[in-house]
Design a protein around this ligand. Structure first.
Ligand code: ADP
Ligand code: MG
Length: 251
């Protein structure tokens, strides 16, 4: 479903992605691990076209995410309209919940189907209510986000991302801003999505969760893949010193 090939990206002369490559098969979950500054968020932001990379190619479901190769060999970046289309099928949830504060929970979840997918009010409401049901928040539909706990807000943010019917869901440290007792309810929603076969790329520091949910763990350092593989292998018997040192911090 996702193919990342040799992605490089610099900020102000510093190359923060140094030729990253990985694949995520349809229905599988990849977990990106690495220290702060290793390039995890930048990689996810490229996958959602919030950032442009300097070289390399990303394909999602067989389509180039960033642009097209013209007959003369030159690269043409998608226009902003084409980018909006490419991005439509890729959902993202952030550490900060980013709900629209002036909208109710239901309005937050309905607005993608309404405004972007151009669906009618009734259909959008049905989509939104089904998703709120799924994340266990149907009874909060008329609340404003400020009255919800962090865990509830993050579950609404997941429902809002799902309302766009994404082929791929990107999760960037979605439990890092939560009180510890609220982490479980959010991760449970993600576990359900995995069971349903959604393709996901998660950045997390929750090692138990990574172990449970990852089909593949990808460990980054300095914008490169240092080690990758089955979590039952690489998290249990890491083969590089870098990953051993990284994991030692969680024991
Ligand atoms: P991680 O998510 O693994 O903590 P990031 O992808 O956020 O890492 O950052 C990787 C590196 O890129 C860091 O050194 C960070 O300071 C730098 N960086 C990220 N975004 C920007 C930006 N918009 N401008 C300049 N530097 C950035
Ligand atoms: Mg980050």
């Amino acid at each position: 479903m996702i193919s990342v090939r040799n992605i490089t990206k610099s900020f102000g002369g510093v190359e923060v992605l140094q030729g990253l490559s990985f694949d995520v098969p349809r229905g599988k979950t990849a977990v990106l691990l690495g220290r702060s500054g290793s390039g995890k968020s930048t990689m996810l932001r490229c996958l959602n076209l919030l950032e442009h990379w300097d070289s390399g190619e990303i394909e999602v479901d067989g389509r180039s995410l960033g642009g097209e190769r013209l007959a003369d060999g030159k690269w043409r970046r998608w226009s902003s309209r084409e980018q909006a289309q490419a991005r439509q099928h890729i959902g993202m949830v952030f550490q900060q919940f980013n709900l629209f504060p002036h909208m109710t929970v239901l309005q937050n979840v309905m607005c993608g189907p309404r405004k972007i997918l151009k669906k009618g009010v009734e259909e959008s409401r049905t989509i939104a209510m089904n998703l709120l049901e799924q994340v266990g928040l149907a009874d909060k539909k008329d609340q404003y986000p400020v009255f919800l706990s962090g865990g509830q807000q993050q579950r609404v943010a997941i429902a809002r991302a799902l309302a766009m019917r994404p082929q791929v869901l990107l999760l960037d440290e979605i439990t890092s801003a939560l009180d510890p007792e609220l982490v479980g309810e959010v991760l449970e929603v993600v576990r359900d999505l995995k069971r349903e076969g959604l393709t996901m790329v998660c950045v997390t520091h929750e090692m138990h969760f990574a172990h449970d949910v990852a089909d593949e763990v990808i460990f980054l350092e300095g914008g490169r893949v240092v080690e990758q593989g089955d979590p039952r292998e690489v998290l249990v018997r890491p083969s590089t010193e870098q990953l051993k040192r990284f994991l030692a911090r969680f024991h």
